[in-house]
Design a protein around this ligand. Structure first.
Ligand code: ADP
Ligand code: MG
Length: 321
């Protein structure tokens, strides 16, 4: 296999199979992102942020934080007063709305501007922190804090730490986290994430907490137009595209999903799962062809799209494929 073919092979493999987190990709295969080659790591972070669909307020806010930190740095350099920077955050929003993605970009961004030394993200949930006997929880929680030093500790569904009330070990995890925030001040950033209502309730129930988390970002559900943009972006990144009929089928499905009022839907992870499954169906279909063209190798047809929802879909009237 020539070097070029090998490179293409690797590129193909990353995009299709390993395209979970773009950060990891760029770290291990920087030469593959040729359009990023001239960007500084900081520009790269901001570009990643800009490439996200929607999330306008979040992007603006992140830029504000960035500007504020940068100017504080310059003020300090000339001996001016600066405010104390507490950067622990609460992220609220439904699953698949970009919370982890933004946290990961933030970790890198903070590293680039010198707030964090490593810039990695450790993502945990209740089961990672809460132990089975007295003292076990504090130990488990401290271990994760240690791993997160120099980066961000991201606790998903953080409200579940308050699930069992006073006697639950979740309380011990919260106390340990609060203590770690004092002990390792400026050495890691803690982000608590979860559904809006649950997180508000959680913060109300723990009156000592809100003042420790001055930054609160809400991640709204994506609109159907945004979900379609995300679909196209994810396919483009993987060098696939939808046929006209497939695009129509996808759009109708999204209209259906979003308009279902009893269950908010704005989930980019669902889109990713549908796309990955469609890519597998496409592969099985194409394996039956002897010489698929480049176009065929790239194009997802409507028959490749299978949606897990059992709700009836709008009929696709189409004469083209
Ligand atoms: N604004 C966005 N634009 C494009 N893709 C997105 C966006 N937000 C999330 N995604 C993609 O959706 C998937 C789920 O996002 P994630 O950050 O894990 O959501 P959450 O942490 O809120 O559950 C990831 O594959 C991510 O790349
Ligand atoms: Mg997440």
């Amino acid at each position: 296999m020539t070097h070029r073919m090998l490179k293409q092979e690797v590129k193909h493999r990353i995009h299709v199979v390993f395209d979970r987190e773009s950060k990891g990709m760029q770290m291990h295969y920087p030469q593959m992102e040729s359009h990023l080659e001239e960007e500084s790591p900081l520009e790269n972070c901001l570009a990643q942020l800009n490439r996200l669909v929607g999330l306008t307020q979040i992007r603006e806010f992140v830029k504000e934080i960035y500007a504020w930190l940068e100017i504080n740095k310059r003020r300090r350099a000339v001996g001016l007063m600066t405010e104390q920077q507490v950067l622990h955050m609460v992220f609220t929003g439904n699953p698949g709305t970009g919370k982890t993605t933004v946290a990961r970009i933030l970790a890198q961004l903070f590293k680039e501007i010198g707030i964090l030394s490593k810039g990695h993200l450790i993502e945990v949930e209740r089961a990672d922190l809460v132990g089975e006997y007295i003292g076990h929880t504090a130990q488990k929680t401290r271990e994760h804090v240690k791993k997160a030093l120099g980066g961000i500790l991201f606790i998903d569904e953080a409200y579940s730490l308050a699930r069992g009330g006073e006697k639950d070990f979740g309380k011990e995890a919260i106390d340990t986290l609060v203590k770690s925030m004092e002990d390792y001040r400026n050495h890691f950033i803690l982000i608590l994430a979860g559904y809006s209502e649950e997180m508000e309730y959680f913060l109300r129930m723990n009156p000592g907490l809100p003042s420790r988390f001055p930054i609160h970002l809400h991640f709204p559900d994506f609109s159907k137009e945004q979900l379609m943009q995300i679909t196209e972006k994810m396919l483009r990144e993987r060098q696939y595209r939808l046929s006209l009929a497939a695009a129509e089928k996808f759009k109708n499905h999204l209209i259906n999903m979003v308009s279902k009022s009893d269950q908010p839907f704005g989930n980019a992870r669902y889109i990713r799962n549908v796309i990955e499954q469609a890519i597998r169906h496409h592969a099985v279909r194409l394996l039956r062809m002897r010489y698929p063209s480049k176009d065929e190798l790239m194009t997802i047809h409507s028959e490749d799209l299978v949606f897990s929802s059992h709700r009836k879909e709008q009929k696709v009237h189409s004469w083209y494929n």
